[in-house]
Design a protein around this ligand. Structure first.
Ligand code: AMP
Length: 423
């Protein structure tokens, strides 16, 4: 299968070839012709499947008829609106639009919270056809009358499942109420949960469904392994495994922000360059940490589920679940960070007795048992009694950074401290 048969125009085919893509990914193969035909699409595709190009390329082709060189902002209304849950994903999708659209004379920009509004306002005032946005900031800009959505022809909800997890449903409803009723809708989600199906019924119009991986399945290329270990020996086991196998470029997940910071500090003191990335960090700090991780200066990036959402790190060899997530679906999201674009990856889970239920939940979702192995020198002490885990709803520090759906104080000023954080 090549890109030539999908119906994309010659310049986009050239761009794709220049990017080094020799054949479309499964989601691209299925979604591109549907989007070009103007259909509504509901696609189940995880990060790393090439989903961004799957919607961006055909959108560029559909909108190119509107390209013009007028200096009047009125001639450049927002025609495609791409909603994303997080700042990181917003930046990445914007980059993708610029990359894939480099030969198409349409204007694009990105708006997200946690950054000064003025540059975003300036960009919008000049007129742009393709807008990538997080919901909260977009509504703020609409409220200030700088973003007008009355001429949107194509709406994309990217990582829609995560938007629901983060409490964005009311924002999404407010935004869709501002759009013309007649429009094309594309929704991408890692999984088709019942909530996603419900949302799709309210937004999509008789959609074609694209499902590239079996429901809730993890990518087969990923080798999964569980290490049973005592709760207070996890740090030592992680450092031991990193040294023993000379692991580099590890993305390590904790359930809480505080846990991420503690672990990163501990690993760093052991001489294993580690940094925590979470939503209390400023955007420039997060961007810098990500860059250093990508170029190998940082060996271990410790993240919460929310902070990791949308990080585009290609061919990541190792993902570590230092703590299993509350929500089994987050396990699928986490390990989807490895084994991208055909690369093989490894997902290691360090599981203590307190997490037995969480592990069962993951295995139930995957419909299979994950193989396990006991590391020499780290044999679990059978006399240790399980302790109840402090859940995301139990208040205090244990809640911070958890990724269970939290009840968001809707439309309050931007604030990052509550549970899942607001983009
Ligand atoms: P995404 O799922 O959109 O985050 O894309 C994951 C990664 O796959 C990105 O870094 C893309 O550059 C890359 N990619 C997208 N399409 C292809 C393709 N057809 N062949 C190879 N790599 C691709």
């Amino acid at each position: 299968m090549t890109f030539d048969t999908l119906g994309l125009s010659a310049d986009l085919l050239r761009t794709v070839a220049e990017e080094g893509y020799t054949e479309p990914t499964p989601v691209q193969e299925k979604a591109i012709p549907l989007v070009l035909a103007g259909k509504d699409v509901l696609a189940a595709a995880q990060t790393g499947t090439g989903k961004t190009a799957a919607f961006t390329l055909p959108i560029l082709d559909r909108l190119r008829q509107h390209a013009n060189t007028s200096f009047s902002p009125a001639r450049h209304p927002v025609r495609a609106l791409i909603l994303v849950p997080t700042r990181e994903l917003a930046v990445q999708v914007d980059e993708a639009v610029r990359t894939y659209g480099r030969t198409v004379p349409l204007r694009s920009t990105v708006v997200y919270g946690g950054m000064p509004m003025d540059p975003q306002i300036k960009a919008l005032r000049g007129g742009i056809e393709i807008l990538v946005a997080t919901p909260g900031r977009l509504l703020d800009l609409v409220g200030q009358k700088v973003a007008n959505l009355a001429q949107v022809e194509i709406l994309v909800l990217d990582e829609a499942d995560r938007m629901l997890d983060m409490g964005f449903l009311p924002d999404i409803q407010r935004i869709t109420a501002l759009l013309p009723a007649k429009r094309q809708n594309l929704m991408f989600s890692a999984t088709f949960s019942d909530e996603i199906r419900r949302l799709s019924r309210t937004i999509l119009n008789n959609p074609d469904e694209v499902e590239v991986a079996p429901r809730n399945a993890t990518v087969d290329a990923i080798k999964q392994i569980v290490y049973p270990v005592d709760r207070d020996r996890k740090e030592a086991l992680l450092a031991h495994l990193i040294r023993k196998d000379d692991l580099r470029q590890l993305l390590v997940f904790t359930r809480t922000k505080i846990g991420a910071t503690r672990l990163a500090t501990w690993l760093d003191r052991q001489g294993l360059n580690a940094v925590a990335i979470h939503s209390d960090r400023s955007q420039p700090e997060r961007t810098r940490a990500l860059e250093e991780f990508k170029n190998g200066e940082i060996r271990v990036l410790v993240a919460t589920d929310v902070a990791a959402r949308g990080l585009d790190i290609e061919d990541l060899p190792h993902v570590v679940n230092f703590e299993l997530p509350w929500n089994p679906q987050d396990y699928v999201h986490r390990i989807g960070r490895t084994g991208r674009a055909g690369a093989t990856g490894e997902a290691i889970s360090l599981v203590c007795i307190d997490e037995a239920d969480l592990l069962r939940g993951v295995q139930r979702l995957l419909r299979r048992a994950i193989p396990w192995t006991v590391e020499d020198g780290f044999v679990p002490d059978r006399n240790i009694e399980p302790r109840p885990l402090r859940g995301p709803d139990s208040g205090a520090g244990g809640a911070r950074g958890g990724s269970r759906p939290t009840h968001h104080p809707h439309r309050k000023p931007v604030q990052y401290r509550a549970g899942a954080g607001r983009a």
